[in-house]
Ligand binder design. Sequence first.
Ligand code: DX5
Ligand code: ZN
Length: 221
Amino acid sequence: MTEFLIAPSILSADFARLGAEVDAVLEAGADVVHFDVMDNHYVPNLTIGPMVCKALRKYGVTAPIDAHLMVRPVDRLIGDFIEAGASIVTFHPEASDHVDRSLELIRSGGAKCGLVFNPGTPLHYLDYVMDKVDVILLMSVNPGFGGQKFIPGTLAKLREARARIDASGRDIRLEIDGGVTAKNIREIAEAGADMFVAGSAIFNTPSYAEAIAAMRAELAQ
Ligand code: DX5
Ligand code: ZN
């Protein structure tokens, strides 16, 4: 059976209490910490960088940290994130001039690597690097902000990505990011996703444990 991973996006956490928020969401049953890095250039918002990732490790977070880089240029931040303790580093291929090199920088640093696809970005960036990616992340909203609505066309794209993964015979995670809730998580899983980022649907609720349990209950059906 597929092992589904729930990855709360700390973009919707209370940044003034970030360590405690991460503790709380892990205690509530999260598998991975999704760490959204925005540069006010590639995306119209500005968030957090490697120093904050490092601080979370120093604070004692041992769970995998999934650094989603929405930045341009990409390469100069990769080493910093690996040094800061990121376990997975993903980036948007159109934001890198040398996709193969960026993937290699992540791999050689010892982290898992992946490509992220905006809703309008075709999957053909995968054509010559399927043997090098550990994660494929499909955005189901346009990147930049939490709390947006899931774009339904992403379901067909998930099926296409799942078919590519199956054809590759490799163990590649299919991650989905944007507008994921307990209401739509099941159809998203049925379309092929096995790793689910959720920000507002977890952090904007009174009980993180209940929010995550509701998602897992849908996935178990
Ligand atoms: C958007 C970010 C997402 C976002 C998800 O650019 O990559 O991770 O925080 O938030 P929700 O789950 O609220 O759509
Ligand atoms: Zn993200």
